[in-house]
Design a protein around this ligand. Structure first.
Ligand SMILES: C[S@@+](CC[C@H](N)C(=O)[O-])C[C@H]1O[C@@H](n2cnc3c(N)ncnc32)[C@H](O)[C@@H]1O
Length: 280
């Protein structure tokens, strides 16, 4: 389930209780787009898929958890009206800087009211899983439903949990990350950014997992100039649970896939969901 894991339990520590993986002023937020670009190259690319959904509906589109605005920008580039919403001011600051023409809202997707409705609402790149309670995830789906025009579509993706990685003592696959260039305007361009997923804790009772990530600026000689530690909290959702949540929120025409090319559902891959607000 995790993309990159170095399982170094010798440096383990307890995750802090509060979320907040995207704080201001740090290497984590500054390097988000670099990581997302690498992810696009290595795995299923969400950009063409969400752009095509936007083109199909013709908009207007709302992206919940829009982050640095890369998907909103792709949709806007195709002439479709789009708005973004995110809880992290730091991510929104990057989005505003890179894409000044976008309409962006600072809000919690579990509790927002924009006073208008959209033909399409998207939650790309597992944003719904950053809500770490089932109640919160359901509240976000209910808010999305309320913001859809009759007949409008909700489209989102999640990680389908590989249950080996969800056990209390689950041993994640060890995949080292390549070194990144330093993000623009951060540190020295001569240095590199090293990102390490230090360790992970799982709570099968609540379906939450927490990953301890370390971000370091290192010199060509390997000296660590600056280090940041942060915890990424997520909640995994089983397919049957998500289908039921969508039904409880009164969505219809619910369909699920395992990838952005409409592959049939498959265990331990991605979950891609499409659901519609009834036409009347
Ligand atoms: C993995 S990023 C995805 C960003 C963007 N959709 C993309 O594809 O690059 C998840 C985003 O969801 C946001 N997020 C997490 N919880 C949220 C909430 N309750 N309300 C709004 N945004 C939230 C985070 O701040 C982050 O920007």
């Amino acid at each position: 389930m995790p993309i990159w894991i170095l399982n170094d339990r010798s440096q383990s520590s307890n995750p802090p209780p509060q979320p907040g993986f995207y704080p201001a002023g740090g290497l984590n937020v500054a390097s988000y787009d670099l990581r997302a670009e690498l992810d696009r190259k290595l795995f299923d690319d969400p950009l063409p898929f969400y752009r095509d959904q936007a083109l199909k509906t013709g908009g207007p589109v709302l992206e919940l958890g829009c982050g640095t605005g890369r998907i909103c920008a792709e949709i806007a580039k195709n002439g479709i009206e789009v708005e973004g919403l995110d809880l992290s001011e730091a991510m929104l600051a990057i989005a505003r800087d890179k894409h000044p023409a976008l309409t962006l809202h600072h809000a919690d997707m579990c509790n927002f009211d924009l006073g208008r409705q959209f033909a399409l609402i998207i939650i790309p790149f597992r944003g719904l899983q950053e809500i770490v309670t089932a109640q919160g995830q359901r509240a976000a789906l209910e808010r999305a439903f309320a913001h859809l025009m009759p007949g409008g579509w909700l489209v989102f993706d999640l990680i389908d949990p590989d249950l080996r990685y969800c056990l209390p003592e689950g041993d994640p696959e060890i995949v080292p990350l390549p070194l990144f260039p330093m993000p623009e305007n951060v540190g020295s361009a001569a240095n590199k950014l090293r990102i390490t997923a230090m360790e992970r804790t799982n709570n099968p009772l609540t379906q939450q997992f927490s990953e301890h990530w370390r971000f370091e600026e290192i010199t060509p000689g390997g000296q660590v100039l600056h280090r940041e530690d942060t915890w990424h909290h997520l909640r995994w959702v089983h397919r049957a649970e998500m289908a039921l949540m969508l039904e409880l929120c009164e969505f219809v025409s619910i369909s699920q896939y395992s990838g952005f090319n409409f592959e049939p559902p498959k265990y331990a891959t991605n979950q891609v969901w499409m659901a519609q607000r009834p036409s009347r």
